[in-house]
Design a binder for this molecule. Structure first.
Ligand code: ADP
Ligand code: MG
Length: 143
């Protein structure tokens, strides 16, 4: 699936639609260069999952874990990691337990990453336009 948005709100709405298909235990990777809208996408998805806290970029920590209406939502950002070490995976694991997980900069996670439920990629287009592609990798028979 591929589509274009022309505002952050539209990107959030696309994310909200995907979020409805997600359950705790699902991983969504969110790729794309700086400023392409990864965190904006995660914010829209988290809102749709009932997170009322402000969803901000994890900067001084590797991730945030929020309470949603039907389970927790984790947001991990591996921007500062060239490659995640085994010790660092120890820090990451709690974010994966019983939560829908959104992962920015998944490239750094390497082989340890569980198979994502969906892989999202954002690309800059002119001005506020962004191209969003969503690959549903593990389609859930419940849907
Ligand atoms: P990233 O996490 O990829 O670095 P952010 O979501 O933090 O990106 O920032 C994206 C920036 O681009 C925000 O300032 C947002 O308001 C702006 N923006 C403009 N148009 C869009 C759009 N169509 N989709 C998402 N963000 C957009
Ligand atoms: Mg970000």
């Amino acid at each position: 699936m591929q589509l274009e948005t022309s505002s952050p709100e539209e990107t959030e709405a696309v994310a909200a639609r995907l979020a409805r298909e997600l359950r705790p235990g699902d991983l969504v990777t969110v790729s794309g260069e700086l400023g392409s809208g990864k965190t904006t996408f995660v914010r829209g998805a988290a809102r749709a999952l009932g997170v009322t806290q402000a969803v901000t970029s994890p900067t001084f920590t590797i991730g945030h874990r929020y309470r949603g209406s039907a389970g927790d939502v984790s947001h991990i950002d591996l921007y500062r990691f060239a490659e995640v070490s085994n010790a660092e995976w120890g820090d990451l694991e709690p974010y994966f337990e019983d939560a829908v997980v959104f992962l920015e900069w998944p490239e750094a996670a390497g082989d340890e990453l569980p198979p994502p439920r969906a892989a999202v990629r954002l690309r800059h287009r002119d001005g506020d336009r962004r191209l969003i592609s969503v690959e549903q990798e593990h389609v859930d028979p419940r849907l």
